[in-house]
Design a protein around this ligand. Structure first.
Ligand code: FE2
Ligand code: FE2
Length: 243
């Protein structure tokens, strides 16, 4: 059905959105062919601001992505993890890493989320914060009794009792344990709370000052600063663009 909101691109036309290929397991091309067959002067593929999504400011900040794009589960999870680290009196770099550690789950991609999350923020945070974010994916699987970190009960439920991480993740665990920033990442995993309580409201503004000191927010806005990951932020602004 065409929407008639003239403030959006492609006004008056029916906009078709094809899910990203990575989200279509066993894609035999049927949906793509079906949509291609529907194209006509009034039916186009989605490009630009999408009426179903909130419009982002022209120069989006990190917190704008929290407010306007992230799914509620990731939104709450990141804020709760960062708040726990803050209340625990941890260094700002830890709070920052907790606030960003699963950022790719917000509205980009889940698989290999530690790597995607780290890559997304690497131009804007210290190398130590980016490293901790990347490695938390592997270190979450590895207990460390010396600090009281056990294998997450949630993982037993999510993946089954017999799940064993693949060899490349096991290699990452071993290497991360030897690294000088191991404890930074370990503390992130210890604050990686799986409470997912929707009723605990933490305002993202609580972290404004820590972000100001630990995240190099580009003047042009995230997505428009020409950084090596700007396209990833734009993908979150316009997640359903056909191209
Ligand atoms: Fe994670
Ligand atoms: Fe997490």
């Amino acid at each position: 059905m065409a929407d008639d909101d003239n403030t959006y691109p492609q006004a008056g036309k029916r906009r078709m959105t094809l899910p990203p290929p990575v989200a279509m397991a066993a894609n035999d091309g049927a949906l793509e062919r079906e949509m291609l067959a529907q194209m006509d002067p009034d039916t186009v593929f989605m490009m630009g601001d999408m009426p179903k999504l909130e419009k982002m400011p022209q120069k989006p900040t990190l917190l704008d992505f929290f407010r306007y794009r992230f799914g509620k589960v990731t939104y709450n999870h990141l804020l709760q993890s960062a708040k726990l680290a803050l209340d625990g009196g941890h260094d700002e770099k830890i709070v920052m890493a907790c606030l960003l550690h699963d950022i790719s789950n917000g509205c980009l991609i889940r698989t290999d989320h530690g790597y995607w999350s780290a890559q997304l923020v690497r131009p804007y945070v210290s190398e130590e914060v980016a490293w901790a974010i990347e490695k938390h994916q592997a270190l979450r699987f590895l207990p460390d009794e010396s600090v009281g970190y056990g294998y997450p009960e949630a993982y037993t439920k999510y993946f089954g009792e017999d799940y064993v991480p693949p060899p490349h993740i096991q290699r990452e665990m071993r290497e991360a344990c030897e690294h000088r920033w191991y404890m930074t990442c370990r503390i992130v995993t210890m604050n990686d709370v799986y409470s997912f309580q929707d009723d605990v409201a933490i305002e993202p503004e609580l972290f404004e000052d820590i972000i100001g000191r630990n995240f190099k927010q580009p003047e042009e806005g995230l997505g428009f600063d020409g950084s090596p990951t700007a396209h990833m932020w734009r993908t979150m602004i316009w997640p359903n663009n056909f191209l």
